[in-house]
Design a binder for this molecule. Structure first.
Ligand code: LLP
Length: 437
């Protein structure tokens, strides 16, 4: 997919760059991002919304992969940005991202985060709960500002990849519940707070969703709520944000829909409803994360040791693991891989890919067919662009890998490999433990 292909030397090539060369130049493990594919995914969202004729914002959910260069791409592609912490906000600001297109999420924002975001003049806050509603109003009042908000609604639709369920009330730490009246009360309260301006409502029904039904159901519930609020509270929403969650293909058998199909399901529902009702059509916002960067990422590893347990399993170990990709350990996520330096060769043995951490659960792939592997071979695991670097850790004091963007045969470093100095950089030895000279 994307610009990946096998070149004349039988090497995996991405963005016109030979992965063997990348390994030599930047070392492994290495996160490789196919820049053209990221941009293509951004455009698929923007174009599909443009085609609908609706007003919209596509906010890249930066939690999936938030670094300065990625913020630049999001800006260049006309996206907005969803941040959930002071760290993501700081990254966006430092990248020079247009502040009015930044939306601040999260279920426990601190006063400092609110102040930082208000001072930066971000576009809006997505308010999650009653305590935050009043906290934000107080912080805004202190600064003599009127702050724009969306209220996060828990619509009672939960989607998991290809199943979705509609529940009366939802057991979730996020949002104002629609079913028990909390959402209605939240709008009522917010409308009376002098330093907040209600822009609209937000919902996010899940992640890596393969079907449109959940989104359609969320649209219905959200507009149903909007009309109720308009008639009973005289509050009209300018924005309805339907969150992220659009699925991608990790392994054969995964059946996500093309981006345009998800967008169509949402926009058609909106157009259909507002065509029949006397209500100014709101802007539609979405927040894709995984579907923007997920399949554009590949992690390149060098194979090291292996252990063959006859009749049981052959483990091959890579020079990374759960520190650069904790998703197998956390969620049992599945991935596909190829030997990048022998990408054209037929598969010959079934192996499992282990990491190098001191932990049995440190696995990346259980059971994958590869050519007969050798120490020193390069293994490329695909679809690691989302929630990999973003969730990387320094467990075992392993240094986080570098990230490169590849495009048209050019590779640009966007995150340096961590150094040993980075590893001990924040450590402090108390004076009483210093060694005497
Ligand atoms: N908006 C909100 C409010 C969210 O909570 C999320 C993801 C998104 C947007 C973006 O969703 P996406 O389009 O990426 O599915 N670490 C997990 C994924 C956690 C997603 C959390 N929220 C993983 O590695 O699968």
């Amino acid at each position: 997919h994307g610009t990946s292909q096998v070149n004349d030397q039988g090497h995996l090539q991405i963005g016109g760059c030979d992965t063997s060369d990348l390994a030599e130049q930047f070392g492994t493990p290495l996160y490789i991002v196919d820049e053209a594919l990221v941009r293509q995914r951004c455009r698929e969202f923007v174009n599909a919304f443009s085609a609908s004729g609706l007003k919209f914002q596509v906010a890249y959910a930066s939690k999936a992969f938030c670094v300065l260069a990625m913020c630049r791409i999001a800006e260049e592609e006309g996206m907005s940005l969803d941040v959930v912490s002071d760290g993501e906000l700081y990254t966006a600001i430092e990248a020079g991202f247009p502040v009015e297109r930044i939306h601040f999420h999260g279920n426990n924002k601190s006063i400092q985060e609110m102040e930082m975001a208000i001072d930066a003049k971000i576009g809006c806050f997505v308010v999650d709960n009653f305590i935050e509603l009043h906290m934000l109003n107080a912080v805004a009042a202190e600064k003599n500002q009127k702050v724009k908000i969306l209220l996060r609604i828990t619509p009672g639709v939960e989607a998991h990849t290809h199943e979705f369920i509609s529940t009366g009330q939802t057991d979730s730490k996020f949002g104002f519940d629609l079913g028990n009246g909390a959402a209605f009360r939240a709008i009522d309260e917010a409308s009376k707070l002098a330093n907040l301006e209600i822009l609209g409502i937000h919902s996010h029904i899940g992640s890596n969703i393969f079907e449109v039904e959940g989104f359609k159901m969320a649209v219905e519930k959200m507009i149903g709520f909007a009309t109720q609020v308009r008639s009973e509270l005289n509050v009209t929403f300018k924005v309805v944000n339907l969150g992220g969650g659009f699925g991608i293909r990790y392994v054969e058998g995964d059946t996500p829909l093309p981006v345009a199909e998800y967008v169509k399901a949402i926009t058609e529902g909106i157009i259909d409803f507002f065509g029949k009702h006397d209500y100014p059509i709101p802007e539609i916002w979405v927040e894709p994360g995984r579907s923007i960067v997920g399949d554009a990422g590949t992690t390149l590893y060098t194979l090291g040791t292996s252990k063959d347990i006859p009749g049981v399993r052959k483990y091959v170990a890579v020079d990374g693991g759960m520190t650069d990709n904790p998703r197998f350990a956390l969620y049992g996520s599945r991935y596909e891989a190829v030997l990048a330096n022998r990408a054209g060769e037929a598969t010959e043995e079934l192996v499992s890919v282990a990491g190098k951490c001191c932990e049995s659960g440190d696995m990346l792939i259980k059971d994958i067919e590869l050519p007969k592997v050798n120490q020193g071979d390069l293994l490329a695991i695909s679809c690691t662009g989302a929630y990999n670097y973003a969730m990387a850790s320094n467990y075992n004091r392993i240094r986080k890998p570098a990230v490169v963007f590849v495009k048209d045969g050019q590779a640009d470093l966007v995150v340096k490999r961590e150094s040993f100095d980075n590893i001990i950089g924040n450590d402090v030895i108390p004076a009483r433990m210093q060694k005497q000279a």
